[in-house]
Design a protein around this ligand. Structure first.
Ligand SMILES: *Cc1c(COP(=O)(O)O)cnc(C)c1O
Length: 355
């Protein structure tokens, strides 16, 4: 039989987005629930009169604003259509077919899709029993063929984070010609001082790159904009493989406006942090083994009962994100949204069939 598409895609799981159900509370995609930041919608409207023109391909104003905020040279910054796209572009800029990319598992579900579709060999290293990355084991899997190690910090979906001493030891172990990518999509929610800011702590390392996004704390998930901070030669290589103009003019204007509203971003993220503490304590009282979290979500390691829990939440009008056979990721929302999830959890707690 002839076919038009790649046969290897048949075996590849598709990315599963958090579901949106009309009328239901969505705690499934790690968004912040307070709407666009002030000034952002106006900036988009103002920029919309020029959408008949291509955007600034160099993304100069936004890159300059990010560079100023981070106190680094703009040559080190590349923006893209979400940091997911930049992770893929990093792999395309570093790997030839058959090369290896190491990442933890369970981790961000985009990673196996990226490795499969870029024809590299993805090496998955199981998380430690406490759901954190097993960095020593990850370092041990590195071979001559390894080009990239993806480190998700904090990790999606477990919320766990690697500390400075763990990362120091890991980075010193990794050969200088292997690129370490720190995916810091949830950096704004990190409160543990032992969890390092990758740009500050490792920015001087030529083989470390950091991914950040405007999708979570900055409230721009729908516009698709993220950025990469890397050594200038790595950044230049990524620019070569970028889809041209992949940071749209509206995304550039919106991200610039969001950066101007940083104080409000911080205020909203702090509201989430207060709720995170409350929700974490409540779920830990009911579900065994819930790890502490440095992100805007909690991980419930419910194993074979994960789908059952997510269906029960849905009946209560709350959409969460189950990973069949493993656990359920629940985004921290507004207090009343979290209360709805906790009310569902309470009924579960009074009727706990064996795990
Ligand atoms: C949400 C998320 C991203 C951000 O993706 P965008 O493409 O920027 O929306 C990146 N990495 C991880 C681990 C995430 O959870």
């Amino acid at each position: 039989m002839t076919r038009l598409t790649r046969s290897d895609l048949d075996a590849l799981p598709a990315y599963v987005p958090g579901r949106s159900v009309p009328g239901a509370i969505k705690l499934a995609s790690n968004e912040v629930p307070y709407g666009p930041l002030p000034g952002v919608v106006d900036a988009i409207i103002a920029a919309s009169s020029a959408i008949d023109r291509y955007p600034d391909m160099g993304v100069s104003a936004l890159r300059a604003a990010i560079a100023a905020r981070l106190g680094i040279d703009g040559a080190r910054i590349v923006t893209g259509c979400g940091s997911v796209a930049l992770a893929e572009h990093l792999v395309r800029a570093t790997c030839l077919p058959g090369d290896e990319v190491v990442h933890a598992w369970r981790s961000f579900e985009a990673y196996p899709i990226i490795t499969a579709t870029t024809a590299v060999t993805g090496i998955r290293v199981p998380n430690a029993d406490d759901h954190t990355h097993d960095l020593p084991a990850m370092a041990k899997t590195i071979t001559e063929r390894t080009r990239v190690v993806l480190v998700c910090n904090p990790n999606n979906p477990t919320g766990t984070a690697s500390t400075r001493s763990e990362l120091d030891a890991f980075i010193n172990d990794v050969p200088a010609d292997v690129l370490i990518v720190l995916d810091e999509a949830y950096r704004e929610f990190v409160t543990d001082p032992s969890v390092p800011d990758g740009v500050v702590s490792y920015g001087d390392r030529p083989n470390v790159a950091v991914l950040r996004t405007f999708s979570k704390a900055w409230g721009l998930a729908g516009l698709r904009v993220g950025y990469l901070v890397a050594h200038p030669p790595v950044a230049a290589a990524v620019r070569k493989v970028l889809t041209p103009f992949s940071t749209s003019s509206l995304a550039q204007a919106a991200a610039l406006a969001a950066l101007r509203a940083e104080a409000e971003m911080r205020r909203r993220a702090d509201l989430i942090l207060v709720e995170r503490q409350r929700v974490l304590a409540a779920v830990q009282a009911v579900v065994p083994g819930v790890p502490t979290t440095q992100a805007n979500f909690v991980w419930l390691p419910l194993g074979q009962r994960s789908i059952e829990f997510s269906e029960m939440c849905e009946q209560a009008g709350v959409i969460v994100r189950p990973f069949a056979g493993e656990g359920v990721r629940v985004t921290i929302g507004k207090p009343e949204e979290n209360d709805a999830m906790l009310a569902a959890l309470a009924t579960w707690g009074t009727d706990p069939p064996a795990l």
